[in-house]
Design a protein around this ligand. Structure first.
Ligand SMILES: Nc1ncnc2c1ncn2[C@@H]1O[C@H](COP(=O)(O)OP(=O)(O)O)[C@@H](O)[C@H]1O
Length: 297
């Protein structure tokens, strides 16, 4: 990660340069252990890797992973990325959190960011790379290595920048039925004291015309958080719809970018956390991982 950060800093310094290919200087320490076995395993799960290259799964977990989580607003990227980061002992770096931290500070960017974020727009690549570099720098000082990125890259340009500075091992594309996304965003709550994330939405989609139903129970806060819940300013119906529109326009092409490189793992969430978590672990070949209970805590 130290190298990634140094390279991102160089990108930051040259934010106006259009070609980033010159920053491609090293490859990931992670290796593919058994792509053929992985191909078989994945064809029997709810996930699929549609790229032309062998599956980049079952990597050597003695090395820290370098993963990216993609998915629409409300799909649960933060929830699953954070659980996996505990399991794999790598930092979960969510650019949305970095933006919100900056927003709540009295820093010079704060009011400029508020306007952009509260309209559901993306902030500039320059600002995001700046925030990401700072976060990586701080992590490096603490001895962090590897990462699970959530919310970055969000545009083809960001994906090209990232591809130019490091080797991403795997991109997990979380997918959830469209009907559930808006409700999930509108139901999101955070405890203003402990930062715990909850969801008060109860998703109950009835199966019809051969399509299966889906039930996602609310994730309710414990009593000591219940009176301290806050809602994100950008989780209003109008803004969520705009964020979804922007996702389809600017971020969905990033799926194709990684699919073409054989790095994309498509994972359809079958329901709530109790149903989805074990299946996700299975798709990632982590079902036997020693620490999986602690990650769920
Ligand atoms: N990689 C990024 N590029 C540009 N803007 C970003 C990026 N990551 C986060 N943001 C800004 O932060 C906001 C919140 O991000 P996030 O929490 O990831 O939202 P979501 O729930 O829509 O996935 C985004 O709507 C956007 O304004």
């Amino acid at each position: 990660m130290a190298v990634l950060n140094r390279l991102l800093l160089r990108v930051r310094a040259r934010a106006t340069t259009t070609s980033y290919s010159k920053f491609r200087t090293f490859s990931s320490p992670c290796s593919i252990a058994n792509p053929e076995a992985d191909l078989k395993a994945s064809s029997s799960s709810s996930s699929s890797l549609l790229g032309s290259k062998p599956l980049p799964l079952r990597q050597d977990l003695r090395h820290p992973v370098q993963w990216v989580f993609l998915g629409c607003p409300g799909v649960g990227k933060g929830t699953y990325a954070s659980r996996l980061s505990k399991l794999l002992h790598v930092p979960h770096i969510a650019t949305g959190d970095l933006v919100r931290d900056e927003l709540s500070s009295s820093g010079p960017l704060s009011s400029q960011l508020a306007e952009i974020v509260n309209q559901g727009q993306l902030v500039s690549d320059e600002i995001i790379i700046n925030l990401l570099s700072k976060r990586l720098e701080a992590g490096e000082a603490k001895g962090e290595s590897g990462f699970i990125l959530d919310g970055f890259p969000r545009t083809i340009r960001q994906a090209e920048i990232l591809e130019g500075v490091t080797d991403i091992d795997l991109v997990v594309n979380l997918k959830l039925r469209e009907e559930a996304l808006l409700a999930k965003c509108l139901g999101r709550r955070t405890c203003s004291e402990c930062g715990g994330n909850y969801n008060v939405a109860c998703i109950d989609i009835k199966g019809e015309d051969g399509s299966p139903g889906m039930y996602m129970p609310p994730l309710l806060p414990p009593p000591h958080c219940a009176s301290k819940l806050i809602t994100r300013a950008d989780d209003t119906e109008e803004v969520v719809k705009e964020r979804l529109r922007i996702y389809y326009e600017l971020t969905q092409p990033v799926e194709e970018f990684y699919r073409n490189r054989g790095k994309l793992l498509e994972f359809d969430l079958p329901g709530g956390i109790p149903e989805s978590w074990p299946k996700l672990l299975q798709a990632l070949h982590l079902e036997d991982h020693d620490d999986k209970q602690s990650a769920a805590a």
